[in-house]
Design a protein around this ligand. Structure first.
Ligand code: NAP
Length: 328
């Protein structure tokens, strides 16, 4: 890849820092511009990561010269508006997960990206990590035979703050959209769209789900068992079950991690794969490779993949009665 890609970031919180650190590891990427609601914050962030431009408003970033892609790292409720303003200007977008609050929002984003012929991808970084790529390689090689079941969890003890991003319904709080999206992602990727979903949630006093469990049944008898919680720190592991054995992605499975291949009647095989940085550089590399190839979507995590995942999240929310004020 010859070109150096100029990145912009909108929303300079926790994940924006981790992503900016990883961009520094990529020789063909540079942080070009950052945008915050606060000019001081933007300037401090730009100084820390050597960005050329610092903006005190998200809209101002759109007029930045020589921008190749924007990474959106605001709370979920802002993803649609932030992405649309970039896409309408023909600026490529990598948008944090969940890419939108619901399918209706996402459908508008997808329609805009496709009409503008502009790149859009949900930042589902797990899809690009070595542990998941190795698992998919085994599955493609039929090492497990037919895969018929997925079990995955994600839980941590979150400090209760009714105003904060995790518990505030106005910011799209709740465990399912924040961390339950990862188990739902794995089930969607490996098993497709379920025929039937059963789900329950325990709601926090703010009305968002602080714990959610879902069971998915597929037409061919396949099953998925998904759990997420802000109430306790769980093992956060994934198991992919097939005819010939199991892939166990160790804790915390959604980020760079080790894994085991457990084939029937064989000794367990343990794998530690090489990974770099915080693990976010793999998704950034995918964006740049797509742009280099003139693609407007990733083959590995396409907009149709995001639409299927969002549909599943909508269904789980419907069954578990997880509602947001902006949808009422
Ligand atoms: N891929 C991952 O591993 C991962 C990990 C964590 C989070 N995420 C996703 O990334 C997004 C941001 O999460 P985060 O943990 O980085 O959140 P965060 O630390 O709260 O940062 C979010 C940023 O959004 C901006 N913002 C705009 N309006 C806001 C408002 N009303 N309240 C709060 N912040 C507002 C702020 O930036 P300015 O003040 O600069 O405008 C804030 O710093 C979420 O959608 C989350 O799902 C992904």
């Amino acid at each position: 890849m010859q070109k150096t890609y100029n990145w912009g970031i909108i929303g300079l919180g926790k994940i924006a820092h981790a992503f900016a650190e990883d961009l520094q590891l990529l020789p063909n990427a540079r942080l070009h511009a950052v945008a915050s609601r606060s000019t001081d914050k933007a300037q401090a962030f730009a100084k820390k990561f050597n960005a050329t431009h610092a903006y005190g408003s998200y809209a101002d970033l759109l007029d930045c010269p020589d921008l190749d892609a924007v990474y959106i790292a605001t709370p979920h409720v802002l993803h649609q508006a932030n992405a649309l303003m970039c896409l309408e200007k023909g600026i490529a977008v990598l948008c944090e997960k969940p890419i939108a609050m619901n399918s209706a929002q996402l459908q508008r984003m997808v329609a805009t990206a496709r009409a503008q012929q502009t790149f859009l991808m949900e930042a589902l970084w797990t899809r690009f990590l070595p542990n998941l790529l190795q698992s998919l390689h085994w599955i493609e090689e039929a090492t497990l035979g037919e895969v018929f079941s997925v079990k995955a969890d994600f839980g941590f003890k979150a400090k209760f703050d009714p105003e904060g991003r995790l518990f505030n319904p106005e910011l799209g709080g709740g465990a399912l959209l924040d961390i339950g999206i990862y188990p739902a992602f794995l089930a969607t990727l490996l098993l497709g769209e379920p025929d039937e979903v059963v789900a329950f949630a325990k709601l926090a006093s703010t009305g968002v789900d602080e714990e959610c469990s879902a069971l998915l049944r597929y037409a061919n008898g396949h099953l998925a068992n998904l759990h997420c919680t802000f109430r306790s720190t769980t093992k956060t592991e994934a198991f992919i079950y097939g005819e010939k054995g199991t892939i166990h992605i160790h804790t915390r499975w959604h980020e760079p991690s080790t894994l085991s291949l457990l084939l029937h009647d064989q000794r367990p095989q343990f794998f530690e794969l090489e990974h770099k940085g915080n693990g976010y550089l793999y998704e950034a590399m995918e964006v740049m490779q797509c742009l280099e190839a003139g693609k407007t979507e990733s083959d590995w995590w396409s907009l149709d993949h995001s639409l299927k995942l969002m549909k599943l999240l909508d269904t789980i929310r419907d069954k578990a009665q997880i509602k947001y004020p902006m949808e009422a």
